[in-house]
Write a protein that binds this ligand. Structure first.
Ligand SMILES: Nc1nc2c(ncn2[C@@H]2O[C@H](COP(=O)(O)OP(=O)(O)OP(=O)(O)O)[C@@H](O)[C@H]2O)c(=O)[nH]1
Ligand SMILES: [Mg+2]
Length: 270
């Protein structure tokens, strides 16, 4: 399927969660085998857990609350009959649990089949006040522009680390066979969606795509497929040191992005 970055070009927008869950059910039952395993990786505060909750449908419950920082691997539950598509979110923060989870999902003896690297075009949520104060006071990231540039550089470093971790698994097990870069929080940068596409899409050359292209040429382009797509999950404004980036999408538009991602996952899992 061809990926659409602009919301206007996403033809379908569905107001009800049943539609998304319906697609999910079909994928789980018909497309995916019982053993299909996917790791969801990426920086802390980027939106991995919230995205997983929207993909599995958990976030559509009335009493849904935003998850706190992940401190252990988070499994994604399939909706239809058991756990056929096993997704695991790797905690974003450098920590013992993160290393343990990486070792499990990229175990060369039994690695996952696919990887979702969640990126955010610089909109990483900093949860702790101490960390915020440090970034503003000591690192001098006083405005949103410099903050995002710094986070984008860190995101690239995080990607580099993930790619390094994939090497032994690919060498031994020839898995995972694919990676999707899911650029989330796209509700915050619709005015820059062309720039996001230029930065993340496989048909463009950017510092980010260069890393993956180089990796692919090293491991063999036939062995490792990759793609990127925009997505968003939780619609809320983003604030940094008093500066606010507005969330500009409706739930319908968000759902269309989620649907596009689920469909693409389904294709890669065939
Ligand atoms: N505007 C907007 N905000 C989002 C979106 N997704 C997540 N957020 C915000 O980002 C915060 C962090 O999201 P999480 O999914 O918890 O982040 P994570 O990647 O799991 O982070 P760790 O658990 O630290 O690894 C959420 O609490 C929301 O405030 C989105 O699509 N759009
Ligand atoms: Mg999390």
């Amino acid at each position: 399927m061809s990926i659409s970055w602009t919301v206007g070009a996403l033809k379908t927008a569905y107001d009800n969660r049943d539609h998304i869950l319906g697609i999910w059910d079909k994928l789980v039952v018909k497309v995916l085998g019982p053993q299909y395993r996917i790791a969801i990786v990426g920086p802390g505060g980027i939106g991995k857990s919230v995205l997983l909750d929207h993909i599995t449908g958990k976030a559509f419950a009335k009493n849904y609350r935003l998850p706190p920082r992940s401190v252990k691997p988070e499994p994604g539950r399939a909706k239809a009959g058991g756990n056929r598509m096993a997704m695991t979110v790797v905690p974003g923060q450098d920590s013992g649990p993160q290393i343990d989870t990486y070792e499990k999902v990229f175990d060369p003896e039994n690695p996952v089949d696919g990887v979702v690297f969640v990126s955010g075009f610089g909109f990483e949520t900093i949860r702790s006040k101490t960390a915020r104060d440090y970034e503003i006071g000591s690192l001098g990231l006083t405005d949103l522009k410099s903050f995002r540039a710094s986070k984008l550089a860190q995101e690239k470093a995080a990607l580099d680390q993930v790619l390094e971790r994939l090497r032994p698994a690919l060498r031994t097990a020839r898995k995972p066979t694919w990676m999707i870069v899911a650029t989330t929080k796209s509700d915050l940068y619709q005015d820059e969606i062309a720039e996001a596409e230029a930065y993340y899409a496989p048909y463009n050359d950017s510092p980010f795509t260069e890393l993956i292209k180089r990796f692919r040429s090293q491991v063999g382009t036939d062995n490792f497929e990759w793609d990127s797509l925009p997505v968003c999950a939780y619609l809320e404004d983003f604030e940094w040191n008093g500066e606010v980036a507005k969330s500009t999408l409706t739930p319908d538009q968000r759902n269309a992005y989620i649907e596009q991602m689920i469909r693409r996952l389904g294709e890669l899992c065939r």
